[in-house]
Design a protein around this ligand. Structure first.
Ligand code: HDD
Length: 686
């Protein structure tokens, strides 16, 4: 179906006439009847009642009334893009999956990023886990790696998932808060689930406020099984490492970005892909065999645990590139149906009880959401390789199977048959035991990896974790819940427990929660820190430049050139979106109006002002806030001389520090951009 709309022009009499002759297609009903007037419904006379016989009106409203489908019960808000996965290193030693063995092969992919707790219309910078779901359209069927930007999960058994999500989403009696865990129900449940403590450290860290989908890692979370041609089995953990580097925002920025641009992450991905700055992630694998798995202090089937990269290095095997936005959000991003059950020969599930439960839930939920067992007929879900099966009929069947035999075996010589050579064969893992409703005792250590994660962070990141816990628990009304939560922190790190207890105004640090297993001091894992692994480039980042009338355009030009060389995008911000006039009468257009583009939307900022302009900015509240926030958010700042002399003192009480650069037409821009690669001037916060 094409989407070009016919232009119509109202005439004096309120009627319209169609102008299909000016090159547009003729608008029709769903069944192809041409429409002469799409502006007015059919009435008795000019001012009379509507006629029910108006089939054009009824069809249009009928369809409109049914436009919405149920949003995803979790991960409702998401954004997707198309791309390719190119394998650079064969894994044929451990798997027979073609997608992981044919070097140079480019496999089409669709990726959907999401937040978990908020509804479809919630804001992008909620403090929340991000979904990172990848559908590989491989030669051997679709493989869905339905992961998150955090390598562990809250719970160990899928039977607890509905409780977790009920507790995290808005409370049922009041229907708030939206898209946040800062409320009683969440922390009540979590503090009664010691197994969640490792995940708590991750969600309270900067991982849950990423600067962009482009700047975050992804993880398959579970241990999966790989099986090679000889039938040998290995375990694997999947990782996505962003070539752009990791980066997060500060909490105060997140709060303000949600107001200024609730679509911040969507817009960022859209802008990057539209301008050809395609985000890339390397696929990494950690491979180990069952015997090696037995040597860990934890159980690899427990999704609340990770395998430290320092213990099993991540082997990079290919690159994912996102290079095309969807044509239509609903048709593709909304209707895409990911399933952990979608695996291909050579890649298998492990016995992780969370994964086993997911395999039921994802298939089941699509029937509710997409309304038919034929959801794989929708183009975004359909495999790109040939497929042949005898499943038939049902709501909205789009295939037109040929022939007489719709069963097998048959003697008509028709239809598909199994292929023992190419087909999926389950690894013959030996299983035995009683039928039990239990949790393995090997899952009982709930604190050691939480401690490892916390202690592996830089001091700044540790402060952020403490701040986040204090913020969230301060929103909890029941003191007993706050105390119970801090009693778990005592097992993770007493220093952290003391800071949080103090931040909450508790009289004393509560007694430690009784651990099911003694806490082990493990080696630290520096790979878990964002800041210790920060990128050394400003490429793909955004510089906001506030300008005024009367500036020397050469200063701006020099800055733009340096930013372009650094691979950054520049946005010009001015008091009026129409732009400014330079001292030589040159017109410079603005991309944004000042109060619609606060400095939280940028990674670094500059103010280029004339003498008069700088004085004026000092009197404008939005301008003072723009600079003051950039300073408070530890951004690198560049100023024209006048901006530094006249504007800075009006906006910022402190003297300019080493994170502030002065710009002239031939100096300052390059040094500023070099510094920007460090993202923030952390010394200012110290
Ligand atoms: Fe889930 C969606 C990731 C545990 C049940 N999940 C969903 C999406 C992602 C994840 C990224 C969005 C997919 C999309 O973009 O359409 N989920 C995870 C990860 C988990 C996890 C990494 C733990 C390792 N999920 C999990 C459990 C269950 C579910 C334990 C239930 C037993 N998840 C669902 C679901 C969703 C879903 C209800 C909602 C919409 C959908 O599946 O298609 O079935």
């Amino acid at each position: 179906m094409t989407r070009k709309t016919s232009k119509t022009q109202p005439t004096d009499g309120g009627e319209t006439h169609q102008t299909a002759q000016d090159g547009h297609e003729t608008m029709t009903t769903q069944v192809g009847m041409p429409i002469a007037d799409g502006q007015n419904s059919l009435k008795v006379g000019r001012r009379g009642p509507h006629l029910i016989e108006d089939q054009i009106f009824r069809e249009k409203l009928f369809h409109f009334d049914h436009e919405r489908i149920p949003e995803r019960v979790v991960h409702a808000r998401g954004y997707g893009a198309h791309g390719t996965f190119e394998l650079t290193q064969s894994l044929d030693d451990v798997t027979r999956a073609k997608v992981l063995t044919e070097v140079g092969e480019k496999t089409e992919v669709f990726v959907r990023f999401s937040t978990v707790a908020g509804n479809k219309g919630s804001a992008d910078l909620a403090r929340d886990v991000r979904g990172f779901a990848v559908k590989f359209y491989t030669k051997e069927g679709n493989w869905d790696l339905v992961g998150n930007n955090i390598p562990v999960f809250f719970i160990q058994d899928a039977i607890k998932f509905p409780d977790l999500i009920h507790a995290a989403k808005q409370e049922p009696d009041r229907a708030f808060p939206q898209a946040q865990t800062a409320h009683d129900n969440f922390w009540d449940f979590i503090s009664l689930m010691p197994e969640a403590m490792h995940m708590v450290m991750w969600i309270m860290s900067d991982r849950t406020i990423p600067r962009s989908f482009r700047f975050m890692e992804g993880f398959g979370v579970h241990t999966f099984r790989l099986v090679n041609d000889a039938g040998k089995s290995s375990f694997v953990k999947f990782h996505w490492k962003p070539q752009q580097g990791m980066q997060s925002v500060l909490w105060d920025e997140a709060v303000k970005i949600n107001g200024a641009d609730p679509d911040f992450h969507r817009r960022d991905l859209w802008d990057a892909i539209q301008k050809g700055d395609y985000p890339k992630w390397d696929l990494g694998v950690q491979i180990f065999d069952e015997d090696f798995a037995d040597s860990f202090d934890f159980d690899v089937l427990d999704a609340t645990k990770l395998v430290p990269e320092e213990q099993v290095p991540v082997r990079m095997v290919g690159t994912l590139t996102l290079d095309r936005m969807v044509d239509n959000f609903f048709a593709e991003t909304e209707q895409v149906a990911f399933q952990t059950g979608n695996i291909v020969p050579g890649i298998e599930h492990s016995n992780d009880p969370l994964l086993q439960g997911r395999n039921f839930s994802y298939l089941d939920t699509q029937l509710k959401r997409l309304g038919s067992p034929n959801f794989n007929h929708i183009p975004i879900n359909a495999p790109r390789c040939p497929f042949a099966h005898l499943q038939q009929d049902g709501h909205m069947a789009m295939h037109k199977p040929q022939g007489r035999a719709n069963y097998e075996p048959n003697s008509h010589g028709e239809g598909p048959r199994e292929n023992p050579e190419r087909g999926f064969r389950s690894y013959p893992a030996e299983e035995q035991g009683e039928k039990l409703r239990v949790r393995s005792e090997t899952f009982a250590d709930h604190y050691s990896q939480a401690r490892m994660f916390y202690l592996s962070q830089t001091d700044t990141e540790k402060d952020h974790i403490a701040d986040a816990l204090i913020f969230e628990l301060s929103k909890v009304e029941a003191v007993s819940i706050r105390e119970r939560m801090v009693s778990h922190l005592v097992n993770i790190d007493i220093g952290l427990a003391e800071i949080v207890a103090d931040g909450l105004g508790l009289n004393e640090v509560p007694v430690a929660a009784e651990p099911a297993r003694p806490v082990i001091d493990t080696d630290l894992s520096p790979a878990l820190s964002i800041l210790a692994n920060a990128p050394d480039t400003f490429s793909g980042r955004k510089l906001g430049v506030l300008v005024t009338d009367g500036i020397d355009a050469k200063v701006l030009e020099a800055l733009k050139l340096a930013a372009e060389d650094a691979g950054a995008t520049v946005e010009i911000v001015a008091e009026k979106v129409g732009g400014i006039t330079s001292n030589r009468g040159q017109r410079i257009e603005a991309d944004q109006k000042l109060d619609g583009a606060p400095s939280v939307l940028y990674d670094a900022v500059a103010v280029i002002a004339s003498d008069e302009g700088a004085t004026r900015l000092g009197r404008v509240h939005a301008a003072r806030g723009w600079l003051a926030d950039a300073h408070a958010h530890l951004k690198f700042i560049a100023l024209s001389e006048a901006a530094q002399a006249e504007f800075w003192p009006k906006a910022v009480p402190d003297d300019p520090d080493a994170g502030v650069f002065v710009l002239s037409a031939d100096d300052g821009a390059e040094d500023f951009l070099t510094a920007c690669a460090r993202m923030r001037f952390w010394d200012r916060g110290a």
